[in-house]
Design a protein around this ligand. Structure first.
Ligand code: NI
Length: 168
């Protein structure tokens, strides 16, 4: 396994539509293994292949129990609404407010090509939407109705530090 470089906003790959995965081979497995390592190191909740410069429809989503591998994912159902903060490893240090469905059902293939279905609520539902949009070259900035100001970011940073102190 190896760490891959996470591309940041401005890199043209992030705005391109990724192609379907057709070969469920060792090369795909290596990509997924590298993405797991890269996501863990970055302490993120999701990562899409185009974020590491590979224009293929493959994403990882940490649903709180496990890190799901979703190949060629499609949203089957979505309902409800949530309005909240969203960030992206490709837009470091920033957050925006984005409305997303509260519940999302997804169909995807695993690393061997088997189709399966999974669902998520709250943050996981948000993450499914966010990662799948990466495959169509969409960054959440274009979905956000507002990005946080530097002052709000500072407040957020301070409240996170206080939380960490409380937990310690
Ligand atoms: Ni992202």
């Amino acid at each position: 396994m190896a760490l891959r470089t996470i591309l940041t906003e401005g890199e043209p790959s992030l705005n391109k539509v990724s192609r379907k995965v057709e070969k469920f081979d060792a090369r795909l497995h290596e990509l997924l293994d590298d993405m797991h390592e890269t996501l863990a190191q970055a302490e993120g909740v999701g990562l899409a292949a185009p974020q590491v410069g590979v224009l293929r429809r493959a994403v990882l989503v940490d649903n709180g129990e496990t890190v799901l591998e979703l190949i060629n994912p499609e949203i089957l159902e979505q309902d409800g609404e949530q309005d909240g903060l969203e960030g992206c490893l490709s837009i470091p240090g920033q957050y925006g407010l984005v409305k997303r469905p509260m519940h999302v059902k997804v169909r995807a293939q695993d690393r061997d090509g088997n189709w399966y279905e999974t669902e998520g609520e709250g943050l996981t539902a948000r993450c499914f939407c966010h990662e799948i949009e990466h495959l169509d070259g969409i960054l959440y900035r274009s979905r956000a109705y507002r990005m946080l100001t530097p002052e709000e970011l500072e407040e957020l940073r301070q409240s996170e530090e206080e939380e960490e102190e409380e937990q310690a």
